[in-house]
Design a protein around this ligand. Structure first.
Ligand code: SF4
Length: 339
């Protein structure tokens, strides 16, 4: 272990409450210095949920026998309009991981449409080659998020039974290809709990450190989703407590003062409200994880990949932030041409 990894291991295993409090206070201060009180708000927009992979921890895997949906381009427009009418100006387009059902050409058209409604369009899609990423960048997308899930290569192989996602290296190298394609923003993360988070988080930090050194012009952000066991998966995953999350977020802020840190709507509203101050700079609001979930809010079916625990609307999240002294930021971008 190198010294950073050793230090992190000691901090992550420490039971010293004073240490945790000192970390959290220092993280709070550093967040104020680098990011002020700003919290950027965005919403996910699922345009497809087809999947070609079999990840054992996911109820949405290719063989789950679920009803799937992919929006037509006309429906993408309606969905974008419906979401933008809620006041959201920054959206994250998600496609599921099926190259066959949602090829790069489809994503490119969806990006073009989304750019008419939003000032910031990011993507969470299956990994692509540099040329394909570049096409999406030129179509107007600003950022790409990709999670490695776990950095334990042996476990990764065990958990990803079939499909293109089984290729650890191609996924691991995706952030580099995204940077080479010209994107301004890259989101990285791991699904905490698949492996012992005390081992995965330092590897995620090393990955980000490498990216920062190699591609210094890019803005990075981190996310720390926690695994929630799905029906029929007999595996025991590693616990990641709320206190662990505070520790992870605080250390991330101290090691990467400039990076964004994103807090998922998978977390409860109460937990999100509690940890904002420790380093969070970005939150989703008024989220739907259903394909077509904004234009058809009344439709009675549930195809969301995961349950949204914080169901508050954009105005509710804004008013919570304001009451705590934060500045909710709807858009900090102006449209520029990506070429
Ligand atoms: S985690 Fe993503 S890629 Fe894996 S099975 Fe679920 S939807 Fe498919």
């Amino acid at each position: 272990m190198n010294s950073l990894t050793e230090d992190l291991d000691r901090i992550f295993r420490s039971e010293d409450r004073d240490l945790l409090e000192r970390l959290a206070r220092a993280a709070q201060e550093m967040t104020g210095q680098y990011h002020g009180n700003a919290i950027a708000l965005y919403a996910p927009l699922y345009i497809s949920n087809y999947c070609s992979n079999r990840c054992v921890y996911c109820g949405f895997r290719a063989d789950a026998g679920l009803k799937r949906k992919r929006l037509t381009l006309e429906e993408v427009g309606k969905e974008c309009r419906a979401l933008s009418e809620t006041g959201i100006r920054s959206c994250l387009l998600l496609t599921g991981e099926s190259r066959r059902q949602s090829p790069p050409s489809y994503i490119k058209e969806a990006v073009r449409i989304a750019c008419r409604y939003f000032t910031d369009v990011s993507l969470e899609i299956y990994p692509l080659d540099v040329d394909e990423y570049r096409e999406l960048y030129r179509a107007g997308a600003d950022g790409v998020t990709i999670y490695q899930e776990t950095y334990d290569r042996r476990l990764y192989d065990e958990l990803h039974l079939a499909g293109p996602k089984k290729d650890y290296d191609y996924r691991f190298q995706a952030p580099e290809r995204i940077a080479q394609a010209g994107f301004r923003h890259i989101g990285m993360g791991a699904l905490l709990g698949l492996a012992d988070w005390r081992e995965d988080v330092p590897r995620l930090f090393s990955h980000l450190r490498y990216m920062e050194k190699t591609y210094p012009g890019v803005e990075y952000s981190l996310s720390f989703p926690r695994i929630r066991p799905v029906e029929g998966d007999p595996r025991q995953y590693h616990e990641v407590s709320d206190r662990d999350m505070v520790r992870i977020i605080s250390v991330a802020r101290l090691l990467f003062p400039r990076s964004g840190i994103n807090l998922s709507t998978r977390e409860t509203g109460a937990f999100r409200d509690r940890v904002i101050g420790f380093g969070i700079t970005k939150m989703s609001a008024g989220s739907s994880t259903r394909v077509g979930g904004y234009a058809e809010r009344e439709e009675d079916y549930d195809d969301g990949q995961f349950q949204v625990h914080d169901t508050r609307s954009l105005p509710e999240i804004k008013s919570m932030l304001t009451s705590k002294g934060y500045d909710p930021v709807i858009t900090d971008w102006r449209n520029i041409v990506n070429d």
